[in-house]
Design a protein around this ligand. Structure first.
Ligand SMILES: *[C@@H]1O[C@H](CO)[C@@H](O)[C@H](O)[C@H]1NC(C)=O
Ligand SMILES: CC(=O)N[C@H]1CO[C@H](CO)[C@@H](O)[C@@H]1O
Length: 306
């Protein structure tokens, strides 16, 4: 029957178009400091952006504090010159950094409205137990108010389990524009054969709960951080640092999530050799300087194209 075969054809072409358009967006977490721990300036961000675009095709990065190293002032003109967009961060844990970051954003973001994709108020504040969902929502709404009249999205970034276990419910109900969900097969102690499975499972638990609490499905969702340390990094249980394992996780986990149509920020763009060792679970000193997809001088450790 002509009618039904046309219908089938139409359905097929819609599905095909949707499928082609559905690939998620890849971004990278980007630090504010150079190898020697001095602050990056506009020219440094320009060179970062050229390296990121050439290696991966990505045109978006996220930061954690808009006032640290004058990040908003230096990164936004660089983003404009290189056609990048930026998620600016606020560190709300203490009053002073909240106010400093808010001031940096309200000063510079309106002048670069096309470059500022979103603002995240906090990074893993629920995970650290700093705020309840309700107190975090109040801070998100305070920033939303400060950016009224712009198209800049406002939300937060936190660990997947804090979205899945109800800690963030008051925030989710309050209609933030955007939520970033951090999930690491690595920090779940998974070896590479199961790390992607674990990552997808964690992300889907978070997304499912967010959808159940806020059925409007209007909150934009991204993986906020995921990644794997390369040679020289510290192991965690069955998760072994190593460049080969990092490459496997990038191609299976990160590219897999993008191919399913979901947005991902990889942690992180470049190694940060200035970072001090941090004390992790069981008092073990963990190296945090080998998480870059690229070395500090901008060489890809493996293919960053999906
Ligand atoms: C592999 O990942 C899945 C999904 O998170 C998890 O349920 C399972 O326990 C993991 N397997 C092992 C051997 O840890
Ligand atoms: C109340 C509380 O838990 N405060 C913590 C918030 O986060 C900072 C780190 O950014 C901690 O030092 C505080 O103890």
């Amino acid at each position: 029957m002509l009618y039904s075969s046309n219908k089938t054809l139409l359905a097929f072409s819609i599905a095909f178009t949707a499928c082609q358009a559905a690939k998620g967006t890849l971004g990278f977490a980007l630090g504010t400091k150079k190898a020697d721990s001095s602050c990056k300036a506009q020219a440094d961000y320009e060179s970062d952006f050229k390296l990121i675009a050439a290696a991966s095709g990505s045109k978006i990065v996220r930061g954690y504090s808009a006032s640290d190293c004058n990040a908003a002032r230096e990164i936004l003109p660089a983003a404009k010159s290189q056609g990048f967009q930026v998620i600016l961060g606020i560190w709300p844990d203490v009053e002073k950094s909240y106010n400093d970051d808010k001031a940096a954003i309200t000063t510079y973001a309106p002048k670069f409205a096309d470059q500022v994709y979103a603002v995240t108020v906090g990074s893993e504040t629920l995970y650290r137990g700093n705020f309840t969902g309700a107190t975090l929502l109040a801070k998100v709404n305070d920033m939303k108010n400060a950016l009224k009249g712009t198209k800049i999205k406002v939300g937060t970034a936190d660990s997947w389990n804090k979205y899945a276990d109800g800690t963030a419910d008051d925030l989710i109900r309050g209609n933030p524009d955007i939520l970033l969900v951090n999930a690491f097969g690595f920090w779940q102690g998974q070896d590479t054969s199961n790390a992607t499975h674990q990552y997808f499972d964690d992300i889907m638990q978070a997304y499912q709960h967010i959808g159940a609490i806020n059925p409007s499905h209007k909150i934009e969702l991204w993986t906020g951080e995921t990644g794997w340390p390369s040679d020289g990094g510290t192991d965690f249980k069955a998760a072994k640092a190593g460049t080969k394992n990092a490459a496997t996780y990038f191609s299976q986990g990160i590219c897999g999530m993008l191919n399913w149509g979901y947005n991902v920020f990889a942690f992180e763009a470049f190694d940060e050799p200035w970072k001090p060792k941090s004390k992790g679970d069981g008092g073990i000193l963990a190296d945090e300087t080998h998480w870059g997809a690229m070395t500090v001088d901008g060489k890809s450790k493996y293919s960053l194209k999906c």
